[in-house]
Design a binder for this molecule. Structure first.
Ligand code: GTP
Ligand code: MG
Length: 250
């Protein structure tokens, strides 16, 4: 007798963020339950993980505990990307082409963003990632492409005493992206005066025109941004909130 084989599509989540933020450490912890030591990444890697029993995927919440599909529903894929400035094209390629993408996790080092240089680096990368997601959303309207991609900003290394709390980081990122957005807009204007009324591609992040940038402005492009803290190593490791967010998108 013919029995249709269920096609299971494992939802996939992309890890991006500056070098040394803890992406690969979070990946190994999610895969094995404990963090292994890491080297700076030079290429992307994908692993299949399983939600811990304390967390239930949103799509499985009404299934009976002994339903075999519930077990399958715990699986998700994490794609790690290198954070080095010269290797970020891997992240953008994955972001543009990965069909099963259910969410993006932007990992940053909570202590590194306490310095102006660290904050600028993280905010510039985040700005470009959000802009790429905004373009992906605009393109999906015409090409029946993938829908909205939620973003989790994981303020990692909260165990370091110089680390800033997640909500302070959220505010600082919004301020810094406000500056970046204005600077980029000026750059575009300057170059546009040289070209004879060329149709410049819209490169502005978020609706709401000039002025202060808020993550909320991205809801227009169905990009929902959440900021949470995490600790990827040691006895105080803390990744439950991150995994709960992952489970909500599954
Ligand atoms: P790239 O591969 O270069 O993009 O960096 P990455 O984001 O993958 O960073 P990685 O996971 O390799 O971690 C960098 C360093 O930070 C390692 O020495 C980790 O052990 C350390 N680390 C990661 N997470 C934490 C954390 O939550 N707290 C502390 N204190 N250290 C952490
Ligand atoms: Mg890495």
């Amino acid at each position: 007798m013919y029995r249709a084989k269920a096609v299971t599509v494992v939802p996939s989540f992309l890890l991006v963020g500056p070098s040394g933020a803890g992406k690969t450490t979070l990946l190994t912890r999610s895969e094995h339950g404990t963090a292994a030591s890491t080297h700076t990444s030079q290429s992307p890697q994908a692993v299949t993980c399983r939600l811990p029993s304390s967390v239930t995927a949103r799509s499985s919440q009404y299934r009976a505990a002994d339903d075999p599909s519930k077990e399958k529903g715990r699986q998700f894929e994490l794609i790690d990307t290198p954070g080095h400035g010269k290797l970020r094209h891997h992240a953008f390629t994955a972001l543009e082409s990965e069909k099963r993408l259910r969410g993006l996790i932007f990992v940053l080092d909570s202590a590194a963003v306490a310095s102006p240089a660290g904050l600028t680096e993280a905010a510039m990368y985040l700005h470009d990632v959000l802009l790429a997601l905004q373009k992906r959303h605009t393109a999906s309207k015409t090409s029946k492409g993938p829908a909205s991609i939620p973003v989790l900003i994981a303020a990692n290394k909260l165990d370091i005493f110089t680390g800033l709390p997640a909500q302070v980081i959220k505010k600082k990122l919004q301020q810094e992206i406000t500056n970046i957005r204005t600077t980029r807009a000026k750059g575009l204007l300057d170059s546009a005066t040289g070209s004879e009324g060329e149709d410049e591609e819209r490169e502005w992040l978020g609706e709401g025109g000039e002025g202060v940038f808020k993550f909320k402005q991205l809801e227009e492009s169905e990009i929902e941004v959440t900021v949470l803290g995490s600790i990827a190593i040691g006895d105080q490791a803390q990744t439950d909130e991150m995994l709960q967010w992952v489970a909500q998108q599954m």
